[in-house]
Design a protein around this ligand. Sequence first.
Ligand code: NAD
Ligand code: DAU
Length: 359
Amino acid sequence: MKAILITGGAGFIGSHVVRLFVNKYPQTKIINYDKLTYAGNLSNLKDIEGHQNYVFVKGDILDAKKIRSTLEEYKVDGIIHLAAESHVDRSIRDPFAFAKTNVLGTLTLLQEAKDFWGCSLANAAQSSKKYRFYHISTDEVYGSLDFDGSLFKETDRYEPHSPYSASKASSDHFVRAYHDTFGLPVVLTNCSNNYGPYQFPEKLIPLMINNIEHNKPLPVYGKGINVRDWLYVEDHAKAIDLVFHKGTVGQTYNIGGFNEWRNIDIVKLIIRIVDRELGRAEGASDKLITYVADRAGHDLRYAIDSSKLQKELGWRPETTFTQGIEKTIKWYLSNKEWIDNITKGAYKRYYKSMYANRK
Ligand code: NAD
Ligand code: DAU
């Protein structure tokens, strides 16, 4: 590929994907197309912003004209689509924002890519040799699992429960429809919970690290028994690289860490490490744990079967949870400027509106 457009490249996962591609493929132009919502932050990419093969375009995925002019200007032949509204709690407050960006934004991008590349069923075989549209999705589209050891498979039926997961499910269907109807050469992945540097501190792990450091209550939803399958973000970025280059057109691959944790256990683990790093007595911050009202429609358990990706493309997570969580906590504690810049202003208002009356 000569020019790859990465949408949402200023966000958490997107910035890791941009960094990996800019460094690994110096002959390929990497275009970071991002609207810079509250979640987009160009300081996530300071280390690569001067690279010759990197360019940033401020744009909305709902802006068809801007997408088209960007595709034309850089002769884009690959798209990795990560731009989205990504936080479940926000989707409960404002479902329409999620339908607009995640559904209509994805549809706009699909339409522009199809037209720009001239895709049709008649030329699908040629298109699939030249172009690639890669849609990044989530395990949440599959719904929720019981505590029975079962795992989400690519063939599971979709059963989203939150406005966020419903919007992602809808976008997945549009992506497949553009493959089946217009011959657009698509690949999709559905990944489990990511963690690591540059994650916006509205999400569980960075929120807890920041609150422990500042001796603020640690809001645990419900009983804290919900289970998530955690994957270090750089391992996700490597899987994206692999699927983008080697994945079979039309296929979906699940990505996960085989790493299930109950929320309360993660919170206790983070407390132990942060207290140690800050030189506090063991368990000093346990008293900060505060059980609060549960998330509406809270999915009980996610767990991913990523054996298809492992068998077909040879991917495996490289970072153990012990290594990954240590690295992540140390990163947040030593990047105070990054976190302080985010947590002032709008974040304070968001935090108050989300947690102040959450009994
Ligand atoms: P994020 O919220 O950190 O970043 C989203 C990025 O998209 C931001 O840079 C934002 O500015 C940009 N954006 C939002 N609306 C836009 C628009 N209309 N036009 C252009 N840019 C826009 O999200 P993330 O956690 O990095 O997730 C990235 C993708 O991966 C999402 O599609 C998400 O559904 C998916 N995903 C995330 C996880 C996870 O654990 N975080 C797991 C599986 C899948
Ligand atoms: O599974 C993949 C998904 O993971 C992605 O598609 C989403 O974009 C991403 O946000 C994430 O969704 P979750 O809802 O699982 O992540 P979050 O960090 O918001 O919450 C993780 C768990 O922690 C969940 O069970 C809710 C709980 N939680 C979260 C917050 C923010 C708390 O108990 N307290 C909190 O303050």
